[in-house]
Design a protein around this ligand. Sequence first.
Ligand code: ACO
Length: 426
Amino acid sequence: MSDKAIITLEGRQYEYPIIVGSEGEKAIVTQKLRSDTGYITYDDGYGNTGSCLSDITFIDGEEGILRHRGYPIEQLAKHSSFISVAYLIIYGELPTAAQREVFRERIRKEASLHTGMNSMFNSYPTRSHPMAILSSMLNSLGCYYPHMASNNREQDIEHFDEAATLLISKVRTIAAMSYRAEQGLPFVWPRKDLRYTANFLHMMFSEPYDTYEPDEDIVEALDLFLLLHADHEQNCSTSTVRMVASSGANMFASVSAGVCGLWGPLHGGANAAVVKMLMEIDRDKDDGTRFIKAAKEGKARLMGFGHRVYKNYDPRAKILGRAVERVLVNLGRKDPLLDIARRLEQEALNDDYFVSRKLYPNVDFYSGLLLRAIGIPLDMFTVMFAIGRMPGWIANWREEAMAPKQKINRPRQIYTGPAKRDIEDV
Ligand code: ACO
């Protein structure tokens, strides 16, 4: 195969290098295109644009493959934990038992928040969306650690390990407090004896007069949920983190922006949108047929279906679909929404509209049902996604911050407004 791409423009040929990733993905390097030719590439929505080189996550959307640092997601889900996968994503290798203990201990020690933050939580009106609180509080968190959030690249990198464990730990405390602030409930402090996921459930659901003792099945299911969300290469929120980081901004500011990118219903907000959709279908006493028809006519969108990269079943959706069933059986419960979801899935997978467009269940199709089974309130679904995605954002911030190029990310545009005109004399 030629290692050059030849582009012909206005009768002249230009040669551009080709690069090949470790799994064989190919790209044309067009950095000099504009200076050579005056042309730029136009790729609305960035479906064909590689914005970085990355060692973290590999996805083959056609085959439904997801690997972190080379390890298939199915193996990680079966044999690992959220904390070990967070370590893998950030540092490149699964931790040894000793490394895991040190990492856990550092996370454990960072669980509480400066009391100054309490008054900030209390100043939000009740019913504020916890995603809005989470984003602002993550950025504010940097104000309490100015030496880690200096916007001096060398200094921020020097404090990277500290800032990474601090963010992984405190995002969970902030998330729980955002919920309690939204509900007007008193804050519950973390416990030293509980591990990461159980501690989160304690901070969410314990009361000063009544300690919540999390069920092992629930802790395991939530840990799996977090693990499956830990990274997903250059999605909307992670690209946002890298975009912000490329300006030299610190990690707190960058992940706070990532939370905002995640919030929308076409991205992380889809987990709540799926459950709302299933509730509406249930309320309308539809067996799913009417909804599928409306989706095909463009009058509705089948939330949790379709993906920019996957043109096959999202491997995380398969694992989550099985996990919801397992949790419900273990808890001795049934969820009519799961039956509706299964029916919608069957209808869609046998319908030419969805088949021809390669629309399959994505991670959000079953994740909301899992959170619902665990007892997480609907408004917190996307916040849970953000807790899970924190290691991925951190690892991508680091790659961006340590990239040899140190170049700001700054796309161009094709201007389509009015051509030059002059103000008329009045
Ligand atoms: N329901 C019905 N039709 C759909 C759906 C859907 N969920 N998704 C895509 N389509 C249709 C589009 O209408 C379009 O049809 P057309 O070719 O006749 O115009 C075609 O499939 C291609 O869709 P696009 O919107 O161009 O695909 P894109 O890659 O831009 O969007 C996205 C991907 C945003 C995920 C889309 O599939 C969607 O909106 N899905 C529902 C929301 C969702 O589940 N988001 C979570 C994604 S996973 C994540 O971010 C964590």
